[in-house]
Design a protein around this ligand. Structure first.
Ligand code: GTP
Ligand code: MG
Length: 330
């Protein structure tokens, strides 16, 4: 990794990985280009960034001419973050979505039941996480929008079918198939430093249907034949085994903190609708999310929370903690 990358560069890089439109992508790349230290050691990266920028500009011009804004299917981000459900046919993706949310997707014992990606909200305490059900990935088929959706997701759940002997091979097929593209699965999310545009999405391995008699044996086989360093959650989506630890882990993987706002005139905070912001976010970043007027107009805030005494006055650079109550002052 090139030395001395600034905070702004790293932030832009993170935003680039999660970008869902070419316009967003271009903006991030331009910040990265501006921020990258200009010396011999970064020549290669600078050249790669330049190429990416000109490609994004061309793409954007093409999209504008055609009158469409985003690449492919766009599912607007909602809630604390997004987890995408991936796997071979019949792995139980739709059943898992049905068990973790209020959605009622079609669940059926034949492959390719799901044909288009579909989102639903998974509740966790007083917030929710967006889950996306998807059509299966096989050795010779992957729905075109899945790359973009996987790339911008905070987490992927890779489901494995423990009901059939093919389950393990089908899991391998998903990984192999994605390994030939610019969007891949890994134990944690990151962008390849050498190869701009190659993106990894953090993934949980989710062997499903552990309620069945042969499932335990197949799980052992999975570990032997397909060793992966992904965190693993063994479940039965249908019989609701192991779902609560998985639900918790999905929320924690979003890596956000909850912030409750309070009006200066109110006695109590609005406890119903917390804002969620990335862990490490500052008060200024959160205020901008509350209302655009706060971008320029924020004077200070008073905070009740774990890191400060009740009602402490803080400035825009204050780093928010989970369950902070914040009173914004213009
Ligand atoms: N025994 C058992 N069966 C399950 C479980 N989860 C799902 N199934 C069954 O497996 C079959 C496939 O489930 P789906 O949820 O439709 O699978 P999918 O991954 O969405 O399949 P596609 O949409 O075709 O990719 C259905 O018959 C489900 O009832 C489970 O935990 N245990
Ligand atoms: Mg399905």
């Amino acid at each position: 990794m090139p030395a001395n990358l600034t905070q702004q560069y790293l932030k832009a890089e993170e935003a680039y990985r999660r970008a869902t439109t070419t316009e967003e992508e271009l903006k991030c790349l331009q910040v990265m280009m501006q921020e990258i230290p200009k010396h011999k050691g970064t020549d290669h990266l600078q050249a790669a960034l330049k190429a990416k920028i000109s490609k994004a500009k061309k793409e954007l011009a093409g999209e504008k001419a055609k009158g469409k804004k985003s690449r492919g299917l766009r599912i607007p981000r909602q809630g604390a973050g997004t987890a995408i459900l991936l796997g071979g046919p019949n792995a139980g993706k739709s059943q898992l979505l049905a068990s973790l949310t209020r959605a009622t997707p079609e669940v059926a014992p034949y492959p390719f039941t799901t044909t288009v990606p579909a989102p639903a909200m998974m509740p966790w305490q007083d917030v929710s996480v967006q889950l996306i059900d998807t059509p299966p990935i096989t050795a010779d088929y992957v729905e075109t929008h899945l790359h973009g959706l996987t790339r911008s997701a905070d987490l992927a759940l890779l489901l494995v079918d423990l009901a059939a002997d093919e389950g393990i091979e089908q899991c391998r097929d998903v990984l192999d198939r994605l390994a030939t593209t610019r969007t891949r699965l890994a134990a944690r999310s990151y962008l390849d430093e050498q190869d701009v545009g190659l993106s990894y999405t953090q993934t949980f391995l989710v062997p499903n249907k552990i309620d069945l008699p042969d499932a335990a044996g197949r799980l052992e086989l999975l570990h032997e034949l397909c060793p992966l360093d992904f965190p693993e959650y063994v479940i039965s989506a249908r019989e609701c085994i192991g779902l609560e630890p998985l639900r918790d882990a999905i929320y924690w993987a979003m890596d956000v903190v909850r912030v409750y706002t309070k009006l200066p005139t109110a006695k109590q905070a609005d406890r119903d609708r917390p804002f969620t912001v990335r862990r490490g976010s500052t008060l200024s970043e959160m205020a901008a999310q509350v209302h655009k007027d706060y971008v320029e107009g924020l004077k200070f805030a008073r905070v009740w929370g774990s890191a400060v005494h009740d009602g402490t006055q803080v400035k825009g650079d204050y780093v928010l903690q989970d369950e902070d109550v914040v009173e914004l002052h213009m």
